[in-house]
Design a protein around this ligand. Sequence first.
Ligand SMILES: C[S@@+](CC[C@H](N)C(=O)[O-])C[C@H]1O[C@@H](n2cnc3c(N)ncnc32)[C@H](O)[C@@H]1O
Length: 320
Amino acid sequence: MGILSYRLWQHARRLCGLVFRISRVIENFCCKRLETYTVEIEKNYKNNMIKTAQLHNMATHPDESYYQHQYLHWLEKALEDLVKKMPGFGKSNVLDLGCGQGRLTIPLSIWCLKRGCKKIIGVDISAHALDFARKSAGQEGMGDAIEFIEDDILDFLQSQKSSSFSVIVCTEVLYCYPAYEKVLQEITRVLVPGGLLFAGFRSRYFNILHSIALRKMSSLSVILNQNEGYPWGPPTKFSWHNVIDARKVILNAGFDAPSCKGIGICSGIEGDPLARIARPSMLTNEEQNELMTVELALAEEMADCGRYILITATKRNDNQ
Ligand SMILES: C[S@@+](CC[C@H](N)C(=O)[O-])C[C@H]1O[C@@H](n2cnc3c(N)ncnc32)[C@H](O)[C@@H]1O
């Protein structure tokens, strides 16, 4: 009986060892697959972004130039306040992350240089978009004032010293950046205390309208109950926010006093749900002016309904 029990015990031990080794092999295999999958998603995301930037020129698209003016209205207003509060603004460096064709970088640089600003940098992964931006900057006489760098925004930020920029702009980029919270962390690190961030988030309301317009009803619960995911399937991971959630994200990242403005509350570009109401390029100049007046007037009250939510916030000074 003793020998039998001993043999059984030995078999059981051998079996357990075998099961353990098999589970390690399976685990290693799954980890490798997961790594490959993550690298593939990252590669797909970047290729998609580069392709889109080649097809959609943010600086020349007739609808986008209307929103350029809307952004600049809010950017210049907040920058005027910053110039008053920050006596050293003249020594500032300004950074435009995911600058595309320079739709905002170039007019901003003209504005900043007039106030003695030192350096403006635009970063983008699309070489094609940057070529366009460099040519436009040259035509505006800003060729030497702006440095356009081809890089991933997170890689670029990680290569920068802490507290090296006074103003960072990042519009219409974070909503399709898979690790946008990591980007925000790095933005906080490289901004000087009291420095200004302009960040654009996709609004939850926009994604809800978009899904309904496409009759993709199955994506609605994801959009309602989460802030990120694949509502329309892989490969692009999106994030979306309402004003309350966007404020939380910005406060958690180390900022104070976030203010939210809706961009394009009553209108949209081709393919947007609100393009059914109005596409700026289909309006006369007077109609565009009227639309702009209304959208600016409602920007704060109806921020949740914008195509994007533009957040303006100041980096917290932890010594205060
Ligand atoms: C919708 S456009 C916005 C361009 C610009 N911010 C504007 O408002 O006109 C998005 C831009 O972000 C760039 N982009 C996307 N992901 C990026 C990344 N990981 N690193 C650098 N640029 C990126 C794209 O190449 C594209 O030019």
